[in-house]
Design a binder for this molecule. Sequence first.
Ligand SMILES: *Cc1c(COP(=O)(O)O)cnc(C)c1O
Length: 439
Amino acid sequence: MTDVLAPQSRSVTTPIPGPRSQELLARKAKVVPQGVPNQLPVFIAEAHDAIITDVDGNRFIDLGCGIGVTTVGHTNDAVVAAVQEQVARLTHSLFGTTPYESYVRVAELLAELTPGDFEKRSFFVNSGSEAVENGVKIARRFTRRRAVAVLEHGYHGRTNLTMTMNFKPAPYASGMGPLASDIFHAPGSYPLRDGLDGAAAAKRTIWYLEKHVGVEDLACLVVEPIQGEGGFIVPADGYLPAMQEWCTANGVVMIADEVQSGVCRTGRTFASEHFGWVPDLVLSAKGIAGGLPLAGVTGRADIMDAVHTGGIGGTFGGNPVSCAAAVAVLEQVASSDLNGKAQRIETVLRPLLEELAAKHDVIAEVRGHGAMLAIELVDPATGDPVPTAPISRAAGEQGVLVLTAGTDYNVLRFLPSLAITDEQLRDAVGVIDEAFAAL
Ligand SMILES: *Cc1c(COP(=O)(O)O)cnc(C)c1O
């Protein structure tokens, strides 16, 4: 497959956007609403591993992976082969009508790969938002309670329930209410800003939940072990296990939203493992099927089985082609040592980012795990957040796609594919270094 694709190096030969992308952008503007943005104004023709090629032949080093989706690499050989094989045999039957094996196989793999040795069940939907929705439905059914707690700076999706669960209304929910009821945003753990250790941060969260929400009404606490859109915020050690302990003691279901952090992104199969956290339910999506749409809710059998027959499901959920792709990804966890690859990326990328931080005093922190690293920019004189969009834009023009994040838009996040080479990482960080001139 590789031989028909573009060379695996950065190359920009036209202005960005190039002429063919400009034509397509003009067509897009006539038929696609402006609410759908495009961060890098180029149209993509093909991609492999860590390189995406646009319609003008420009090649970009991809540090975004479509927000952490193509973790195993664009057009990963095993995923392509599995999809090609499956698509000619069965594209749909609806698992709830007539089941098929690959769905069961993904559930078996997730039972092994998610934290905790207890008996588990998994079921599948189409998107991360839908996984969050279903995690909440299951927790409410199990506990017979109504309230849902989330953390400040969290992100959970774009459906009505999940946009209510997001910390930021803008841009996800502004003007699009009414929002869902019974959602509570508790303070979490953000060491750079709150300076609290895990125990102190957990004490603060628990105080909020007990006093403001009320334990007898609280069905679940939904937490990203490393907050994604919020800016790759890594909680202080001890925070997550302390919260799980409190949830267990109080009959609250604690749900790990691992939609962005899961599936070997961080050097552990699920990021919860970094913190010694064994959640009741784990939500996975983005990286799970190598680019095909699939999301899963995995969790303790007693909680998952609390829902009556027919109480959860959906038409496309656990599509056979997506499940075949997910099997191809999850089998590579061991066979290709995906966690080792993410750890290798950290050993190359973190020192490069720390060198950047030594050079640019606007970088307040380098943080994250594995292939989920970020830098947060703060004006050293005023303490104010410094938006990262100009850096991302300038890097894009030089052939590096890097995404922004953060409640204050002042984080640059690195989500490269695990197939990225050391040389590509060094090249990309060199470009970003120069892009600081755009600030
Ligand atoms: C992306 C994301 C979601 C939403 O997933 P979609 O597939 O976009 O619906 C939910 N939670 C987290 C942590 C995410 O990063």
